[in-house]
Design a protein around this ligand. Structure first.
Ligand code: F6R
Length: 242
């Protein structure tokens, strides 16, 4: 079941999402969190880091699994998702154990082995307790582009031209923008016990409207969330078009 909550702006919605994560961590100190990157999440990590600090949350038993990582980007590159996580979350939280930070390795010699390893690792920890998601302008979740099978597990994707274009805002030149990634699959994401999706700004209006119209189709990957029992979608006015 999907519950949509309009918090009017990104700041309020990010704070609300961070509170949900804190509640999860207070209930279960060894939670497995599914984390996302991208512009949408910047404010969320700010709020989360603040709330972890003021509530003295001990993260030493928390495990985190990132949704995705680019292929063939140096892990020290400022736009790799690994670097993003260090800058926005890991460095700020001294109690977090880096050994519990998991992200696909887009530089693995054998990518097939890597995707299988990642999927097994998530299974080993009992899948995700609380999954945070953004949404692409084309309705992707993780980097599961339109047409991805709802049954997919962690896999390699060729990014759509529109995704490469959307991501190019984070890179200096368009040649630098990766065109492949490893992503958690849709079936992997759906195994999460609870999912919170954040969608902000006018550019997400189309995907959000399609998601909420209730038709479940692989051409809009996020539409499968209509089948999940516990999903909250946090939005601002622009994403709702009001
Ligand atoms: C990132 C991810 C993607 C993004 C989506 C929106 O880890 O999984 O699905 O959430 O592309 O990106 P932004 O927030 O940059 O608009």
């Amino acid at each position: 079941m999907i519950k949509v909550i309009n918090l009017e702006n990104q700041e309020n919605a990010s704070y609300y999402a961070a509170i949900q994560i804190i509640k999860q961590l207070k209930t279960q100190s060894n939670s497995v969190l599914g984390l996302a990157t991208g512009g949408t999440m910047i404010e969320l990590y700010k709020s989360l880091n603040h709330l972890i600090h003021v509530n003295c949350i001990d993260l030493s038993d928390v495990k985190t699994f990132n949704l995705d990582e680019y292929i063939n980007i140096n892990s020290n590159h400022e736009q790799s998702y690994k670097t993003y996580m260090y800058n926005n979350f890991i460095k700020q939280n001294k109690t977090f154990n880096e050994e519990n930070f998991f992200i696909p390795n887009g530089n693995a010699d054998d990518l097939q082995t890597e995707i299988e390893r990642y999927e097994k690792l998530i299974k080993h920890y009992g899948y995700i307790d609380l999954q945070i998601l953004g949404i692409g302008e084309n309705g992707h979740i993780g980097f599961n582009e339109p047409g991805t099978a709802f049954t997919s597990k962690t896999h390699i994707v060729n990014l759509e031209a529109s995704t490469i274009e959307a991501n190019s805002r984070y890179f200096n030149t368009s040649e630098e923008v990766p065109n492949q990634a490893i992503t958690m699959g849709i079936s992997t994401i759906l195994k999460a016990k609870k999912i919170i999706l954040l969608a902000f700004g006018e550019s997400k209006k189309y995907a959000l409207r399609k998601l909420l119209d209730g038709n479940i189709e692989e051409s809009l990957p996020a539409s499968i969330l209509n089948k999940h029992s516990n999903v909250e979608i946090l939005v601002d006015n622009q994403a709702l078009g009001i």
